[in-house]
Write a protein that binds this ligand. Structure first.
Ligand code: ADP
Ligand code: MG
Length: 627
């Protein structure tokens, strides 16, 4: 008889126990959860075998919120209790959200910070709570399918989501009991699902037409780093508008009878069903039962439907053109990815292929591609592929800095810096005997505080009374892997300290980000030259300082003598240049050195994440990797 193996007490019987990680696409209309199964990313289904969970929550019953199609069914009877499209309200203030609220007829309240809350018959609910209820259902589904605890999750967000919107998403996940490994941009997730991160370089356009929103993103991949070159779109354009166009046409066809709101909703649902069938068939019958007392059907051909939606599709292409312009591409697009249920409409695919002059990638279901990419990334982050794939890095979309005397902005973390990152800078007092310092954190590309967005204020007290300029105050900006910012200030002689995690009250819309970026480009010049020198010096100095401590920590173990020399030689040269006035030379050399040390940075990042996952918590990541 064969002997059975028994593990030592307290030890796992499996040699390499894999961890359970999931990817979640928390969509405006629909949400999905995916995980690696038998070596491939797969969507997890509910008990009925359904993949998509409508992102709808009903709060009529205070004890038990209903999520998904059950909630959707109550939308007609309990409109104010049935929250749809809550993603539009995440991390946003009442002021920003007023238009969306009107469209969706919600009764809004607001919290102390001015953030949106919904009035329901079970009391007030925040968009974060509603999103948490959706995430909880997906979490449960994952537990039921995977049959064990979930070690971590990657949640996707639109590329244009700003700090408060990302923070809100993370809070929702935490409320739902999930450990967030990382937030990931939706277009990046789609690119990963197609395996495009395996290439060295590439420019990728991601065309995402969902239920209520259209997003276009241009990404550039460079050695495992996805940079978002530009984002654009229309936050009020999607498959719902296709349904409305078809419903209105049907209404005209039956002689425009006046319909009660319930009947109109029924007509829209029928139009949606007909639309979805038309993606595969040349003609279908639109069902009028529940719309007209007599019931019946109307015949709709694909041609009629295409004529109705043609102008809507054109609007998406106008946004694509603008986004391509913003991206200032010097190379052509290598790949186009289709995301979102509405890209199933054949005319949408044709129009996009025509616009970009090449066929889009479409091997993966457009509803599922984002969740699948998130699952792949989650699997890597949780540590299941220690030898394999490199980690993807993201960049911050807008520069972060603080206000200095004269209302000027000192940028501390420049736009497009890869995250996580930690940057420090020293400041000093302005007046003799000054014992407190007001730190004002701003976001944006402009030189003056008034032209940037204010994120947060805090004060550092207890500075010993000294002459102006004598105190040494170190301000440290840390941006974690999700793009969330923590700022601390410390007076070096006394060690007095203050810090803040930035969680500002109002979110930015994608339009606002675009406007801020455009404004900064058009106002360039003027005071720029002196500033440029200062900035180049600072960048050079920061890189040097970073590399020095990185080399001390890991230079011997991770690099060969030859590779080390390739970094230290230009370092010495840069050190000398920093004394001079030649901004261009400093920039060129800093960039060169940056490229020279990129592989080293990636090696350190991998090492540190492996170490972190081996025991330490992910939170210590920033401190370990960066300096
Ligand atoms: P979101 O990202 O906003 O959550 P989805 O990507 O799930 O949205 O897309 C939902 C939209 O896709 C709906 O308008 C739905 O009607 C549409 N859709 C789904 N399947 C089809 C299909 N076969 N043909 C046309 N539209 C479809
Ligand atoms: Mg989507």
């Amino acid at each position: 008889m064969a002997l059975l193996n028994i593990a030592e007490p307290g030890q796992s019987p499996l040699p390499h126990q894999t961890k359970r990680a999931i990817g979640i696409d928390l969509g405006t209309t629909n949400s999905l959860v995916a995980a690696m199964q038998a070596g491939r990313a797969a969507i997890l289904l509910d008990e009925q075998g359904v993949a998509m969970l409508p992102s709808v929550v009903n709060y009529t019953d205070a004890q038990m919120p209903l999520v998904g199609s059950g909630a959707l069914a109550l939308a007609v009877r309990h409109p104010a209790d049935t929250l749809m499209s809550v993603k539009r309200f995440m991390g946003r203030g009442n002021r920003d959200a007023a238009g969306d609220a009107q469209r969706s007829h919600y009764e809004l309240a607001e919290d102390e910070e001015g953030l949106v809350r919904f009035n329901t018959s079970s009391g007030e609910r925040s968009p974060i709570e509603a999103s948490a209820d959706i995430l909880r259902v997906l979490h449960q589904r994952a537990l039921a399918t995977l049959g064990s605890d979930i070690d971590g999750a990657v949640i996707t967000v639109p590329a244009y989501f700003d700090e408060p919107q990302r923070q809100a998403t993370k809070d929702a996940a935490t409320l739902a009991g999930l450990r967030v490994l990382r937030l990931m941009n939706e277009p990046t997730a789609a690119a990963v699902a197609y395996g495009l991160d395996a290439a060295e370089h590439g420019v990728i356009a991601v065309y995402d037409l969902g239920g209520g929103t259209f997003d276009i993103s241009i990404l550039r991949l460079h050695k495992g780093v996805f940079e978002v070159l530009a984002t654009g779109g229309d936050t009020a354009l999607g498959g719902d508008d296709f349904d409305a166009a078809l419903a209105d046409w049907a209404l005209r066809d039956i002689g425009s009878p006046s319909l009660a709101p319930g009947q109109y909703r029924q007509l829209q649902a029928a139009a949606r069903a007909a639309k979805e069938l038309l993606s595969n068939e040349a003609a279908v019958d639109l069902d009028l039962s529940g719309v007209l007392p007599s019931g019946g059907t109307i015949r709709v051909t694909r041609e009629v439907f295409e004529n109705l939606v043609q102008p809507l599709i054109k609007r998406t292409l106008v946004a694509c053109r603008r986004c391509m312009r913003d991206a200032e591409l010097d190379a052509s697009i290598d790949n186009i990815i289709m995301v979102g249920g509405s890209t199933r409409v054949p005319l949408v695919r044709e129009a996009v292929a025509d616009f970009f002059q090449r066929p889009p990638l479409q091997g993966i279901d457009p509803d599922q591609v984002v969740a699948l990419g998130a699952a792949i990334q989650a699997d890597i982050l949780v540590g299941n592929r220690p030898e394999g794939d490199l980690l993807l890095l993201d960049v911050i979309p807008l520069s972060l800095g603080i206000e200095t005397m004269g209302g000027l902005v000192e940028k501390i973390v420049p736009r497009n810096t890869t995250i996580p990152v930690s940057r420090a800078q020293e400041f000093t007092t302005y007046k003799d005997g000054q014992t407190a310092l007001a730190v004002h954190i701003v976001q944006g590309e402009r030189e003056m505080v008034n032209d940037c967005r204010s994120l947060a204020h805090f004060e550092l007290r207890g500075i010993p009374s000294m002459v102006a300029g004598a105190a040494r105050i170190k301000v440290i900006f840390q941006v974690d892997a999700d793009g969330l910012l923590n700022v601390s200030a410390c007076e070096e002689t006394t060690g007095s300290q203050a810090n803040i995690t930035v969680k500002p009250s109002f979110g930015l819309t994608d339009d606002q980000i675009t406007t801020m970026l455009q404004a900064s480009f058009s106002h360039a010049g003027g005071d720029k030259i002196a500033r440029q020198l200062a900035e180049q010096r600072l960048a050079g100095w920061q890189l040097l300082e970073g590399l020095k401590s990185a080399l001390t920590a890991d230079g011997e173990t991770l690099l060969s003598a030859e590779d080390r020399a390739a970094i230290t030689a230009p370092m010495t040269e840069l050190q000398a240049l920093l004394e001079g006035q030649d901004a261009d030379a400093i920039r060129t050399l800093t960039e060169h050195l940056g490229r020279q040390s990129e592989t080293f940075a990636n090696l350190r990042m991998d090492k540190s994440i492996r170490e972190a996952l081996a025991g330490v918590s992910l939170d210590t990541l920033d401190d370990e990797v960066l300096q």
